[in-house]
Every structure is written in structure tokens, then in C-alpha cells.
Design a protein around this ligand. Structure first.
Ligand code: PEP
Ligand code: MG
Length: 566
């Protein structure tokens, strides 16, 4: 079995077609007629843009506008005056068009590849695609015709470029295997949009597989089974059918309101870590973002992000959401989330230590700059602020006071923000559960962070396997805590959401509906599954289940019972 990155879910069973790399070798020449070479270069660019336009149209028809934009981006890059100007300068310096295109593209490829940032590295793949396209035209090389691939083909290629993807006929290609690429590369995005199972970054795939060999592509797991036995083919055929059935069923929930079987509606949001993830939330049909984990903006760098950098990120996420709610959690560092340049002292017990809101309230300049960035972004959408790890009312009060200070600063500078921005509490500590009645009087909303709430209630570390048996949201103590938080919030008339993993747990869903949760915030791939699970229950049925569960004594008993009803 070969291993790679599962980049597009599903199972594909078919025969290998290897797309060999075309030779783009050329002999660099010194040219004498500069004008003629410039014209030859321009004609190649024009022809490249015409082809790309056609491919984009093909993708628009087969897949959609957004995917077509990826290819149209190639036209923008090659028509960019800076890049074009640099290529022309080399031709004017007597280099042949092939060499000029090659060396300027290489410069951009090296520059983009060096960043280590996924999105910018993707630009390098785009420029490589453009270089090969333009040089191919200059050399008169015929393009590989992926569109001729027969039914049941598994494409195997070193790098799947967006232009190759344009030739893919969805009905013929059952799987894609590449040697490069990641979850976020354009080839992955296109494979997902075409709903073709794909495993990327399989090392030496081209050398290890041979044309017409039977393979199974498991795009959900990232596995490629070579020359599978008959039983394996049978087993994976069944898996494939089950996957397609589930996908069809889930797709029927797209665009629908999130509602119980009796029509009672709930909000269904997504958890995100970067502004880019907001796109995933929208694509997944999330109705907003219930948790933006801002610590990712602070990680993988050497210094604090500036207020402007943060403002750009929050505004970008909000614009992507087009008016849907965006709950931004202020910096939650410490515990298992380290940011080396902050120089936090090593602690005996970091989960009980100087972290999250505690750290932020003691580092007011940094905290205020984050709050100001959030407030400035709030002029562009429905943005809400959420404080993590609250354990005492004073922390909420201090945080809210800082929000007011930040508002006053912005007002004095004539900068817009949402005057009525909501400030909520992430209830994820045992203390916040116990004083939920007091917090509810001063918070605009609650969001239950069951990942930490479970750990802090059970005094069980979520990462420690030895105490893993205690770490369950179905423990009677954790369920009582959750039920209490929701009840206290609802009694004060504030919405109560859940952004911990438990919100997507099918066993938890009827209990949460019964307790009165108003919003579920889950990872993007879980959105349709959660909508489906919510649709199964009426409030009355959920109440009956919850009543039974809350009368039980042990987690084992609760789990066993829920397994029978779900
Ligand atoms: C939680 O604790 O439930 C939560 C959602 O936050 P995180 O996982 O980021 O700690
Ligand atoms: Mg947490």
C-alpha cells in the first residue's frame, strides 16, 4: 500500500493512466532580431491566454465559477506588467523567449517557494504551470489529452496542474494520485470540487505504478492499494457505495435551515483558525463562525502581529462571511498552546497557570491592540468578541472595561466600529460552570468549550491516555455542568452555543437540544452531518432521552443507552 495525503474524500477503483511529463528542453540561443522575438513571445502569451480562457470556461461548466477563477488567475499573472516587463527586458538583452520566460518564472517560483506559507507556495505551483504552458507553446509541444482518458481511469501524475484539471471528465476519472501537493493546493481544491477521490504527495508514485494496473484510491484516508486482491476490491466497492449514499444524503441538507424534526431552528456555525478557513466554513454551508481561534495568527512567527495585521485578518474573515456572524476568541495561549517569542516562563502546571484571559489582562497593551483590531473589523460585518478561560466575574468585567477603553480610543481617532458589539464568555472551566448564573447577568452570550470543560471538570488531561477513560462529555458531572450553563444562560435570556468537539457528537446532540442550546459550532466537514443529526429529533423526543440520561449514574450506562437510541 502507498501512503499520501487524503485530499479529496471517497473511494476510487480503477486502472492507472500515467501522465508522463512532456519534455520542455530547449537550447538557449542568442537572438539578433529582438523585435521578431518579442512578437514571438507576445503571440505565445496570447495563445496561452486564449487556451487558458477556454480551459477556464470548461471548468466553469463542469465545476463552477470559483474553480474557474483559479485558471483565470494564471492570465492575470502572465499579463502582470512587472513579470512581462522583466521577461521582455531579457529578450531585449538578446535572450531567446524560452530562456527569458524560464528564468523570470524560476525567479518567482524560488521566491514563492521559500516562504513556507501554504498559500504563497501555491503561487509557485501556478507560476510553474504558466511557465510550462508558455514554453510548451513556444516549442510547439502537443498537450497531453487527459480528456481522452477512458472510463474508470485513475490519473497518476507528478504534479496535477490546474490546466490539466480542466481536461478531466468527471464521468471517466475515478481517482487522482500525485507526487506533490497538500490539502490546500489548487489541485486538491479542484479534485474536491469535482468530487474525485484524490491522494496527493505519494512519493515516487509515477515510478511505483504502471499503466493499466488496478488500484484503489482511498481519498478519505490517503491510501493507495496497489494490485488489490479480489476480496479487497469487494470490500472497497461496498465502502464506496456507502460513502456515495452518505454523501447524497448529506448533500440533501445543503442550503436547508438547521432544524429539529418539529421545525424548531438552531444555529449551525463553524470553528476556524485562519481567515482562509472562513471560505471553508461558507463552502461547508456553515451559517457563521462560532469560534475563530486567533492564536494561529500569533504562531509560526517571531513577533506579535500588529494591530493592522490583525485587523486585516479579522476583516478578511468577516468579508468572506458576507454578514454572517463571526465570533472572535481573544488570544488563548498557554496550556498546550505555546508561542515561543512571548517568553512565557515554564510552569509546573501550565493548564492551571498563567494563560489565556489571565495572561491577556496582565499584558494590556497587547490585549488592547487585539481588541482594537477586532473592533475596527466590526465595522465590516457581524463580529462578536469572546473571552476564553473565564473563571471569575472580575475577569469578564476587566475585559469588558478594556473593550470600552478601546472603543473610546477609536472614537477619539474617528475610526468606525460596532458600538453594540457583543461580548461573550467561553464557558470552559469548572468555575465558569458553577458561577454561570452570575456570569450570565453580565455576558452577552455563552459558548461552551467542552474540550477544556471536560478536562477541568473531570481533572483529567485531554492528552493523557492513562486518564482518557475519564475524559468524556458523557460523564454525569460534565453533562450536569453543560446543562447548568445552558439553563443559566437561557434564564438570563442570552444565547448559549457550544464550540467544543462535543457539539458534533451524535450522542450529545439530542441532549443539547433538550437542554436548550441555541447554537452548534463545529468543524467545517461536520456541518451537514450535524444538521442531519439535529433533524432526527423533535424537542419532545430529545427531552425524553435527556430525562433518562440525567437519571443515570455512570458514563458507561449513559453511553450504552445512547448507543441503543441513536
Ligand atoms: C474548548 O476548549 O472546547 C475549545 C473549543 O477551545 P480549544 O479547543 O481551542 O481549547
Ligand atoms: Mg479551550
Amino acid at each position: 500500500m502507498l501512503k499520501g495525503i487524503g485530499a479529496s474524500d471517497g473511494i476510487g477503483i480503477g486502472r492507472v493512466m500515467i501522465i508522463a511529463e512532456q519534455s520542455l528542453d530547449y537550447t538557449p540561443r542568442e537572438i539578433t532580431d529582438v523585435d521578431a522575438e518579442l512578437a514571438r513571445y507576445q503571440a505565445a502569451v496570447d495563445s496561452f491566454c486564449d487556451n487558458t480562457m477556454e480551459q477556464a470556461e470548461a471548468i466553469r461548466q463542469s465545476t463552477g465559477d470559483k474553480e474557474a477563477e483559479i485558471l483565470l488567475g494564471h492570465i492575470a499573472i502572465i499579463r502582470d506588467p512587472f513579470m512581462g516587463g522583466e521577461i521582455e527586458n531579457l529578450i531585449k538583452a538578446n535572450q531567446c523567449a524560452e530562456a527569458a520566460v524560464d528564468s523570470i518564472c524560476k525567479m518567482f517560483i524560488d521566491m514563492f517557494s521559500a516562504t513556507g506559507d501554504d498559500l504563497t507556495m501555491q503561487r509557485a505551483a501556478d507560476v510553474r504551470d504558466i511557465r510550462d504552458g508558455v514554453i510548451g507553446i513556444l516549442l510547439g509541444v502537443q498537450e497531453v489529452k487527459i480528456s481522452d482518458a477512458p472510463q474508470g481511469t485513475v490519473l497518476v501524475v507528478k504534479e496535477l496542474t490546474p490546466s490539466m484539471t480542466a481536461g478531466i471528465k468527471k464521468e471517466n476519472i475515478v481517482g487522482i494520485i500525485t507526487e506533490t501537493g497538500s490539502q490546500t493546493s489548487h489541485s486538491a481544491i479542484l479534485a474536491r470540487a469535482l468530487e474525485i477521490p484524490a491522494v496527493l504527495s505519494v512519493s515516487n508514485a509515477v515510478a511505483q505504478l504502471s499503466t493499466d494496473e488496478l488500484v484503489i484510491v482511498d481519498g478519505s484516508k490517503g491510501d493507495v492499494l496497489t494490485s488489490p486482491a479480489e476480496e479487497e476490491v469487494e470490500q472497497y466497492t461496498l465502502k464506496r457505495e456507502a460513502f456515495l449514499r452518505e454523501r447524497r444524503e448529506l448533500e440533501s441538507f445543503r442550503g436547508k435551515p438547521t432544524a429539529g424534526a418539529d421545525g424548531i431552528e438552531y444555529e449551525l456555525f463553524c470553528n476556524i483558525g485562519t481567515p482562509k478557513d472562513a471560505t471553508k466554513a461558507v463552502e461547508a454551508d456553515g451559517e457563521g463562525v462560532g469560534l475563530f481561534r486567533t492564536e494561529f495568527l500569533f504562531m509560526d512567527r517571531n513577533q506579535l502581529p500588529t494591530e493592522d495585521e490583525q485587523f486585516d485578518a479579522y476583516k478578511q474573515a468577516s468579508l468572506i462571511l458576507k454578514g454572517k456572524p463571526l465570533i472572535i476568541r481573544t488570544l488563548d495561549i498557554g496550556g498546550d498552546k505555546e508561542i515561543p517569542y512571548l517568553g512565557l516562563a515554564k510552569e509546573e502546571n501550565p493548564f492551571m497557570g498563567f494563560r489565556a484571559i489571565r495572561y491577556c489582562l496582565k499584558n494590556r497593551d497587547m490585549f488592547k491592540s487585539q481588541i482594537k483590531a477586532i473592533l475596527r473589523a466590526s465595522a465590516f460585518g457581524d463580529i462578536r468578541i469572546m473571552f476564553p478561560l473565564i473563571t471569575a466575574v472580575e475577569e469578564l468585567r476587566e475585559g469588558k472595561a478594556l473593550v470600552e477603553e478601546a472603543k473610546a480610543d477609536l472614537k477619539a481617532s474617528g475610526i468606525d466600529y460596532d458600538e453594540n458589539i457583543q461580548v461573550g464568555v467561553m464557558t470552559e472551566t469548572a468555575a465558569s460552570g458553577v458561577i454561570a448564573d452570575l456570569l450570565a447577568k453580565e455576558a452577552d452570550f455563552f459558548s461552551i468549550g467542552t474540550n477544556d470543560l471536560t478536562g477541568y471538570t473531570m481533572a483529567a488531561d485531554r492528552g493523557n491516555g492513562d486518564v482518557g477513560y475519564l475524559y468524556s462529555p458523557l460523564q454525569p458531572s460534565v453533562l450536569r455542568m453543560i446543562c447548568r450553563i445552558i439553563k443559566c444562560g437561557r434564564e438570563e435570556g442570552i444565547p448559549v452555543g457550544m464550540c467544543g468537539e462535543a457539539a458534533a457528537n451524535p450522542k450529545m446532540i439530542p441532549l443539547l437540544m433538550s437542554f436548550g442550546l441555541t447554537e452548534f459550532s463545529v468543524s467545517a466537514p461536520s456541518v451537514l452531518k450535524v444538521r442531519k443529526n439535529i433533524s432526527k429529533w423533535t424537542k419532545a423526543e430529545a427531552d425524553a432521552i435527556a430525562e433518562k440520561v440525567m437519571g443515570m449514574t455512570t458514563e458507561a450506562e449513559i453511553t450504552a443507552y445512547l448507543e441503543t437510541v441513536i
